[in-house]
Design a protein around this ligand. Structure first.
Ligand code: AMP
Length: 301
């Protein structure tokens, strides 16, 4: 008897290593993931809003290395956008997103519909007090309530062992860690380092809004943080002077409109006067209509 070639033989070169499954239905996602778990597979989850870039793909690669199965989601969550924000024009390049996520080794991509996550009459909201009210929470009222609510909903469907979040959104990652702890969710939250473009600009879906001239201004965010890092390494411990260092760099970027520059405790997110514990230097600024954030974490673990 001649051995029959495996159905996928010879296809590897032209086809992603994994056939990514795409689903919309909550019940099917539950069933697929449940099946993997019954086989003893560990499941890692990477939630996104799409417009996939290297930052997302870095998380997927780390997720792959951490578990047998990787679930990603794409959902532009209306609840976390303010009324004047970019919900409607947020980029949604679906075919490109699918190809990138499949190529990075996602096993299951879940693209929920808004009406399934927020059916008529649903009225439950999650608020993480304190952590959700400062910095991004201060500038974007209601934003973190939207984030916490959707992440909890996503987690209840996927029920992953591991949840991968990006350091680029350090406050979001910290808030989700706190929520998982407070609600006794059986998930381990892991963070992936911020992935940057060659010039230092942190990868972000919103970078797609920037033209070339605006990009040249947007690098001011990471340049300011690089100067803050040098100051910290040189022994500077005054938060006010570190903030001053960032703001001085920003003067060289006239079209960068500051929102905040803050030095906060990396755990509580409360402002510090002196750098004594682990801190986050968090920045937010606008270039044209585009709001960008970045941060630098520094100090003992
Ligand atoms: P988003 O699609 O912007 O909601 O981001 C989805 C996830 O990717 C979040 O956990 C983000 O923190 C993470 N992420 C976004 N940009 C980056 C980046 N440049 N480096 C690492 N992680 C990122």
């Amino acid at each position: 008897m001649t051995a029959r070639p495996a159905p996928d033989a010879g296809r590897e070169a032209s086809w992603p290593r994994h056939r990514m499954r795409r689903e919309r239905e909550i019940a099917i996602v539950r069933r697929v993931v449940g099946g993997w778990k019954r086989l003893g597979h560990r499941v890692a989850f990477v939630p996104t809003m799409g417009a996939i870039h290297e930052g997302h793909l870095g998380l997927v690669r780390r997720a792959r290395a951490s578990a047998e199965r990787v679930v990603a989601s794409i959902f532009v969550n209306p609840l976390q956008f303010g009324p004047q924000e970019d919900y409607k024009r947020y980029p949604r390049p679906r075919a490109r997103d699918h190809a990138l996520l499949a190529g990075a080794g996602v096993d299951l991509l879940w693209e929920p519909r808004a009406q399934d996550l927020y059916p008529p009459g649903e009225c439950t909201r999650v608020r993480v007090t304190g952590l959700g009210d400062v910095l991004e929470g201060g500038s974007r009222p209601g934003h973190f309530e939207g984030v916490a609510t959707v992440v909890l909903k996503l987690l209840h469907v996927v029920e992953p062992h591991l949840l991968w979040m990006g350091q680029k959104d350090a406050q979001q990652a910290r808030l989700v860690e706190q929520m998982c702890r407070d609600l006794h969710l059986p998930v381990t939250v892991r963070r992936g380092a911020t992935v940057r473009e060659p010039g230092g600009l942190a990868c972000s879906s919103r970078n797609l809004y920037l033209d070339l001239a605006q990009r040249a201004q947007a690098v001011g965010l990471s340049r300011g943080l690089a100067s803050a890092l040098r100051a910290l390494r040189d022994g500077e411990r005054s938060a006010a002077r570190i903030i001053g260092v960032v703001r001085r760099v920003w003067r060289e970027y006239p079209d960068l409109v500051p929102d905040y520059v803050s030095v906060v405790d990396a755990h509580t997110f409360q402002p510090v006067r002196r750098v004594q514990s682990r801190v986050l230097v968090a920045v937010a600024a606008r270039v044209g209509k585009t709001r960008l954030i970045d941060n630098l974490e520094w100090g003992p673990p």
